[in-house]
Design a protein around this ligand. Structure first.
Ligand code: ZN
Ligand code: ZN
Ligand code: FE
Length: 755
């Protein structure tokens, strides 16, 4: 029997090929009626046999295009209209709603086939795209999302591209960045002194391959910015890149041509395989199986970050040699933002790279590669950027006004909220240098413009010296201004992701975070809801002699931990040529020695006491080396730390932990075993504390978040222990464990405080 369904689809369904998808489905299932874009999504009037309609709706829910997200499908039966055909109706816009810009994704299967097909008109054309793939976020300048508002505006479509663009049955129907060799952007190869070498794709790719194989460094303009590439199996080349980039320790990311190549030298679980092959193409951190690449790729570490090709040029390069493995690191100087403007790239990278592969289309919004790792077959973010940004995080409740949250000063990512969505920015890094601060300001401006957001509420961390705090003050002007405690934000981020409305036990283990007592927090056990929190427990405070200096010179933290534990400083390695008595005096007199209790700093100090790390060149280096040491352990010792009740708070005695570690050292136990015992001491005592909190509060839901949980032993150990003890455990899945996720929590707390 003929029926008429009125179907509403909400989610990300505009600008992603959704209407042509519906059109094709309708033809396939013999459905008559029409489809149109309106303010809230897509509306379909569908008439057909009931069975056909059911299959049609099932396909809408399950087979939608790759860049779309279907959040909700609402169906209402209506009177039969006897439509005679199916068509795409003109868009109806009555009221302004948020326009979504899809993230940049890897080249799809269909485009890849054309790219390698000598008979196709886009054979070896590096800017091949379709509705289902290619750059989006990186090329959008303004809304509405139309070609003239992207950096494709300077490339008018040729008649053939235009024909495809206008054909609802074509894969490139309404593909804004569509292009071909006749009308689109071009690739160029330059020497680092800007002399042009070639404009021919096949020549370029061969020359690049041979330069890389002979030990040169090549800057390659990708989707979100420039990569620096070199042969990962060539010690000399990798060391040269380290020297030129001024990056002694921080691991480099790799790119290999196929999953088979990755599996040859790294362990890959089924979930890890899925993540590597996903259209977002993140860098995934994997354990080394066989040493195939230079030891300087990730010095002293057994884990390596790797990704698979995602741009047509990368595919072409790797097609020349299936055994090729490249270092593909962000084109920048140590901690600066990735270079994405051509002039700037030549300026800043010409003393690092010998050659430049570039193209004449502007990157409007930059992004680094995203970074993930998998624990217990669950993927976690270390960095959420290319491929994921600006995918919205969908909420159940609407935001009453537009909001802005600045994030923190480290691993920054900010957020905006409007309607029912929060959009997190790309990774913007540490906001120390003026260059990064400028890029941050530009990114904020860009986001407010392209998402048409006019915030009424401005939220930041409560840290008085953060750049983001000061900038948010300025942006807010007379508007409402809210400041949020760092670790509360960490916990609420996870609550928002998992749609938790009531109260949880939140553990935030972190490197740093300004506390309400003006001390540095970071081993927090909170009872928290979306609006407020109560600090229930933390590790005991210790001093950081020299403040910021101690964070780089971690031996100072080692010294301080020994001092607090009443242990002679002779136990500290690295005493030579150190101003030990001055530092002891600083501690004695509490001079320029802020108090901290963060897990990150405890890791630093213990790393120094064990003689593993003296000073660091990059954040978390000491902690990473301590974890790496623990991975070599054969067994561990139970250290049994007892939490102490102090007034309303539970305090975990850091001194006791240090004394027990020194005891093990005295007994001649090896570093790997001590390091692992230390990890497990933190896990065991944390479990004890959480169990006590459950006893007194009755809360069974536990949230874990904070940068210190990027430590695999800690995350896996505590997670499994908590589950075994009957807790429901929640972790960040859509945002990074570190400060890259806190803007989401800030924005949710901000909304709660409005009410
Ligand atoms: Zn495609
Ligand atoms: Zn064309
Ligand atoms: Fe944090």
């Amino acid at each position: 029997m003929l029926k008429h369904f009125h179907i509403r689809v909400n989610g990300i369904v505009q600008g992603v090929g959704f209407r042509p998808f519906i059109y094709r489905l309708a033809l396939e299932h013999n459905i008559k009626g029409y489809v149109l874009n309106d303010t809230e999504g897509v509306t379909i009037e569908a008439e057909g046999e009931e069975k056909a309609l059911k299959r049609f709706i099932k396909a809408i829910k399950e087979d939608f295009p790759p860049l779309a997200i279907v959040q909700e499908v609402k169906i209402e039966e209506k009177e039969v209209n006897h439509f005679e055909k199916f068509w795409i109706e003109k868009s109806r816009t009555t009221e302004k709603k948020i326009t979504f810009i899809p993230p940049d994704t890897n080249i799809c299967k269909d485009c890849l086939k054309e790219f390698f097909d000598p008979k196709d008109r886009r054979y070896h054309y590096p800017f091949i795209v379709c509705t289902h793939c290619g750059p989006r976020f990186s090329i959008v300048k303004d809304i509405p999302y139309d070609r003239h508002n992207t950096s494709m505006a300077e490339f008018p479509m040729c008649p053939e591209c235009k024909k495809e663009y206008e054909d609802p049955l074509d894969r490139r129907f309404h593909t804004q960045p569509t292009a071909c060799p006749v009308c689109g952007p071009k690739l160029f190869l330059y020497k680092n002194d800007k002399t042009l070498i070639s404009e021919d794709i096949d020549e370029i790719v061969k020359r690049v391959y041979h330069s890389l194989k002979s030990g040169h460094i090549v800057a390659i303009k990708g989707v979100g910015g420039y990569h620096l590439a070199c042969d990962a199996t060539n010690n000399k080349a990798v060391l040269k890149l380290r020297e030129r980039k001024r990056r002694p320790f921080k691991p480099f990311a790799l790119m290999a041509g196929s999953i088979e190549k990755v599996e040859e030298f790294l362990y890959v679980s089924p979930k890890e395989k899925e993540v590597l092959l996903s259209k977002e193409r993140p860098i995934l951190i994997l354990k080394e199986k066989k040493s195939l690449v230079s030891k300087y790729v990730a010095p002293d570490l057994s884990y390596i970050g790797i990704m698979l090709p995602y741009t047509p040029f990368q595919y072409l390069l790797f097609s020349l040699d299936k055994d090729l493995i490249l270092v593909m690191t962000s084109g920048n100087l140590s901690e600066e933002p990735i270079c994405f403007r051509d002039e700037e790239a030549f300026e800043r990278l010409s003393h690092i790279a010998d050659y430049f592969v570039t193209y004449n289309r502007e990157i409007v919004a930059h992004s680094d590669d995203s970074v993930m790792f998998v624990i217990n077959e669950t993927p976690f973010f270390i960095r959420r950027s290319k491929g994921f940004v600006p995918s919205p995080i969908l909420m159940k409740k609407s935001f009453p006004v537009h909001l802005f949250a600045s994030g923190g000063d480290l691993k920054n990512s900010f957020a905006i909220a409007k309607d029912k969505v929060v959009i997190l920015s790309q990774y913007l890094g540490d906001l120390e240098s003026p260059v990064t601060q400028r890029v941050y300001k530009e990114a904020v401006e860009h986001f407010l413009k392209v998402f048409d957001v006019h915030p009424e509420v401005f939220i930041s961390d409560m840290h008085p010296n953060y750049f983001t705090t000061a900038l948010t003050d300025k942006l807010a002007g007379e508007k409402l201004r809210i400041k949020v405690q760092h670790h509360h934000a960490h916990i609420v981020t996870v609550m928002a992701e998992h749609e938790i409305e009531d109260t949880v036990i939140g553990l935030s283990f972190d490197g740093t975070g300004f506390g309400t007592d003006r001390k540095i927090w970071g081993s927090e056990f909170l009872i928290a809801d979306r609006k407020d929190f109560q600090r229930i427990a933390h590790f005991s405070y210790f001093m950081l002699p020299g403040g910021e200096k101690a964070i780089k010179e971690v031996w100072r933290i080692g010294l301080s931990l020994l001092y607090h534990a009443g242990i002679p400083i002779e136990y500290l390695p690295f005493r030579e040529n150190k101003p030990l008595s001055i530092i002891l005096q600083m501690l004695e007199k509490k001079l320029n020695s802020p108090f901290a209790c963060s897990i990150g700093r405890i890791f630093d100090g213990v790393s120094a006491i064990l003689g593993i790390c003296e000073t660091i060149s990059t954040e978390a280096e000491a902690a990473q080396k301590l974890e790496e040491t623990a991975l070599k352990a054969k067994n561990f010792y139970k250290l049994n730390i007892e939490p102490e009740e102090k007034g309303k708070e539970i305090v975990i005695p850091t001194e006791e932990l240090i004394r027990k570690i020194v005891e093990l050292k005295d007994r001649g136990i090896g570093n790997p075993e001590i390091a692992l015992s230390f990890h497990w001491a933190i896990i065991e005592v944390s479990l004890k504390v959480v169990e006590r909190i459950r006893e007194s509060s009755g809360i069974k839901r536990v949230v874990l978040s904070g940068g210190a949980f990027q430590n695999r032993i800690l995350l896996k150990g505590l997670w499994e222990k908590l589950k075994k003890a009957g807790f429901e455990v929640f972790l960040p899945q859509k945002t990074p464990l570190n400060d890259g996720g806190i803007a989401l929590g800030q924005i949710i707390i901000g909304r709660e405080k409005l009410i």
